[in-house]
Design a binder for this molecule. Structure first.
Ligand SMILES: N[C@@H](CCO)C(=O)O
Length: 316
C-alpha cells in the first residue's frame, strides 16, 4: 500500500524553493521498528513495489531470495515524478540525483529512523545509494551499489544525450527512446544468442525487431513521457563526487556489485572505483555477476545476485 510523507520547504540544487513535496513510499516485511531496515532504491522505470507478487525485485527480496522478507523491514520511496503515485512532474529537470537523495534522507528521518541496516539499489538506484551514503556517511551499516557509478561517465552522458534527443525530437518519443535504451541494457551476444537472426514466416520483421518494438510499446503503456524525462535527467545528473577517494568518508561497509558485460555502467569503472577505494578503506568488497546479458543482468541473474547478497542478511 502506498503511504505518503510531505517534505516541507525544500531548496533544490538549482536554488528553487519547494514549499511541499509529496514523497510516496511502501513498507514490506516486519513492522517498522521491529527488525533491521533495508532501504531499496529503484532504477529508471522501477517503483516502490519491490516485493510481493508484483514486486519488481521479488526474486531478491523474499524468503527464498538474498534478503529474507521475514527478517528485514523494507522501505522503498518513489522518485518524485516517476508517476507511480499518479503525480506528474511539470518540470522534468527540476531535481538532480543529489536532491532525490536529500529528499529520501528527509523521508527516512521523518519516520523517526536514525540508522538503517542497509541501503541497496541498482543502476540509477545504485548511484542514488552512493549519493545517500555520501550525504549521510553514518546512516547505513551497509550499502550495496549495484551495476552503477558514483559519477556519470562520458559514455553514460553520451547515452543520456541520445535519449534526450529522441525524447525531444521523435514523434513516438517514449517508444523510440526505450528501443534505443534496450541496446544499452542488453549486449550483442545476448541478442544474437536469443534471436539468431530468426524471422517467423509471414512476418515482415525479424524477431529481434518485434521484441524491441514490444518493449517500446509495453513501456508506453505503463510509463508516462514526463516520468521518462525525469528519470533520464536524473541519470544524466549522477555526480556524487569527483574522485572515488572522496567516497572513503562513507562509514558503511560497502558491497559493490558489478556486471562483467554491462554496456551502460561498464565493469572497468567499477573495478577502478574498487581499486582506488580499497587502498584506503578496509570494509569494501566488489563482487562480479558473470553474464552475457549486460546491464539488465541485475534483473535476470538472480542465482548469482542472491548468492552474493545472502551472506550479509543473516536470519539469526
Ligand atoms: N531495465 C531497467 C534498466 C535501467 O536500469 C529499467 O527499465 O529500469
Amino acid at each position: 500500500m502506498l503511504k505518503e510523507i510531505v517534505i516541507k520547504d525544500f531548496r533544490s540544487e538549482k536554488g528553487v524553493e519547494h514549499s511541499d513535496i509529496t514523497l510516496s513510499y511502501e513498507l514490506a516485511g516486519p513492522s517498522l521498528g521491529s527488525a533491521p531496515i533495508v532501504v531499496v532504491n529503484h532504477a529508471l522505470t522501477g517503483n516502490s513495489s519491490v516485493t510481493g507478487e508484483k514486486g519488481w525485485w521479488n526474486k531478491l527480496i523474499s524468503d527464498e531470495g538474498g534478503i529474507p522478507l521475514s527478517h528485514y523491514t523494507i522501505i522503498s520511496f518513489n522518485i518524485p515524478g516517476n508517476g507511480y503515485d499518479g503525480r506528474e512532474s511539470t518540470d522534468p529537470e527540476s531535481f538532480s540525483l543529489k536532491d532525490i537523495a536529500s529528499l529520501f534522507i528527509k523521508g527516512i528521518e521523518s519516520l523517526g529512523i536514525t540508522e538503517v541496516y542497509c541501503i541497496i539499489g541498482a543502476s540509477m538506484g545504485g548511484s542514488l545509494t552512493w549519493q545517500m551514503a555520501h550525504l549521510r556517511p553514518q546512516l547505513a551499516k551497509k550499502i550495496f551499489p549495484i551495476a552503477c557509478d558514483y559519477r556519470a561517465s562520458d559514455w553514460l552522458l553520451t547515452q543520456t544525450l541520445i535519449q534526450k534527443q529522441i525524447l525531444a525530437n521523435s514523434s513516438d518519443p517514449l517508444r523510440d527512446a526505450r528501443i534505443h535504451a534496450m541496446s544499452c541494457y542488453r549486449t550483442p551476444q545476448s541478442l544474437n544468442v536469443r534471436f539468431n537472426s530468426t524471422q517467423e514466416e509471414q512476418e515482415q520483421l525479424y524477431d529481434v525487431e518485434r521484441w524491441l518494438l514490444y518493449h517500446g510499446d509495453t513501456l508506453k503503456k505503463r510509463f508516462k513521457l514526463s516520468a521518462y524525462k525525469v528519470m533520464t535527467h536524473l541519470t544524466y545528473s549522477i555526480a556524487v563526487c569527483k574522485t572515488a577517494l572522496e567516497l572513503a568518508q562513507i562509514h558503511s561497509d560497502i558491497h559493490m556489485v558489478s556486471i562483467d558485460s554491462d554496456l551502460l555502467f561498464t565493469h572497468d569503472r567499477a573495478v577502478d572505483t574498487y581499486n582506488e577505494l580499497s587502498d584506503i578503506k578496509n570494509n569494501i568488497t566488489l563482487d562480479t555477476i558473470n553474464s552475457i546479458h549486460g546491464h539488465d543482468a541485475f534483473l535476470m541473474e538472480y542465482e548469482q545476485l542472491n548468492r552474493i547478497v545472502k551472506p550479509y542478511f543473516p536470519t539469526l
